[in-house]
Every structure is written in C-alpha cells, then in structure tokens.
Design a protein around this ligand. Structure first.
Ligand code: FES
Ligand code: FES
Length: 154
C-alpha cells in the first residue's frame, strides 16, 4: 500500500492509503485522528473541511492524499490550544462567533489565511475571503466581527 509523508501541524506524519485519490480529509479524520476539519458537502462548496496547505486555505475534501506528500498541512488543532489560542481563535471566542460550530473550522482557517497575506483587511476583503464558507446558522455577522477583531480593527 502506498505511503504518503507530509508535515501535519509541525510534525512529520505518514499515512497509508490504497487509493491515492482518497481525500486528504478522510486520512486526517481517520488514521491521523484530526477532527477540526469537518465533512460537509464533500464537493468543495461549503468550506467546512478547510485546512491550510502551505498557508493557503484549501478544501481537504477535494485534495487527494497523494497531493499532500511533501507539503505543510496545518489544521485547526495546529493553530493554538485551549490554554493558548491563536488570535483568530481568541477573537471567535470573544465575539461568540458560532452557533452550532460546524462551519467554524473553515471560517477560522479562511480568516487565518487572509490575515497571513493581508494583516489589515477591509471588511469587503474579509467577506470575500469567507465567501466560499457557508454558515447554515446565519452567524455571519458575528463571524465577520471576529475576523475584524483578529485583524485589530475592533
Ligand atoms: S466538505 Fe469540503 S468543501 Fe464542503
Ligand atoms: S455556526 Fe452553525 S453552520 Fe455556522
């Protein structure tokens, strides 16, 4: 069975997969025990499964595990801890920017990628960065507030 090696949240990991086209999401949530990224649509349309691939927000449901080989993958778990959350995570907590929380992983990953490339985004830029991330609970206003808080705009 082929083995794929990559960096996951700062450490080298290897995963075996019979099917090289198996979504990275399945490897993360299965053998690698990472549960931040969620399975929503499985079609690249909701953003719940997003991870950072070399700092770019990427839907892990569409990324074949073979494409992860040699890359740096960061998940929600790699950003911070409950004791020491990442500033984006802290802003989401401060703004209570979740209802059911299913979309939260993708929202935080998208915000993190945005702030890496644009540390002081406008609200329009933040909206654009979150555009591919659906929230069925309608928590968008609080989510946007959290992103702007993390950017130091609030
Ligand atoms: S589950 Fe990947 S984008 Fe919806
Ligand atoms: S908080 Fe429920 S989907 Fe966004």
């Amino acid at each position: 069975m082929p083995t794929y090696t990559f960096r996951l949240n700062g450490r080298a990991v290897s995963v075996d997969a019979w099917d090289p086209d198996q979504p990275l999401l399945y490897a993360l949530r299965g053998p690698l025990g990472i549960h931040g990224p969620k399975l929503g649509c499985g079609l690249g349309q909701c953003g719940a499964c997003a991870v950072l691939v070399d700092n770019k927000a990427t839907p892990s449901c569409l990324m074949p595990v073979r494409s992860a080989a040699g890359r740096n993958i960061t998940t929600l778990e790699g950003l911070g801890t409950p004791e020491k959350p990442d500033p984006v995570q802290a802003a989401f907590i401060a703004e209570q920017a979740a209802q059911c929380g299913y979309c939260t992983n993708g929202m935080i990953i998208a915000a993190k990628a945005l702030l890496e490339r644009t540390p002081r985004p406008t609200e329009d830029q933040a909206k654009q960065a979150l555009a591919g991330h659906l929230c069925r609970c309608g928590a968008h206003t609080r989510i946007l507030r959290a992103v702007m808080r993390a950017a130091g705009a609030r």
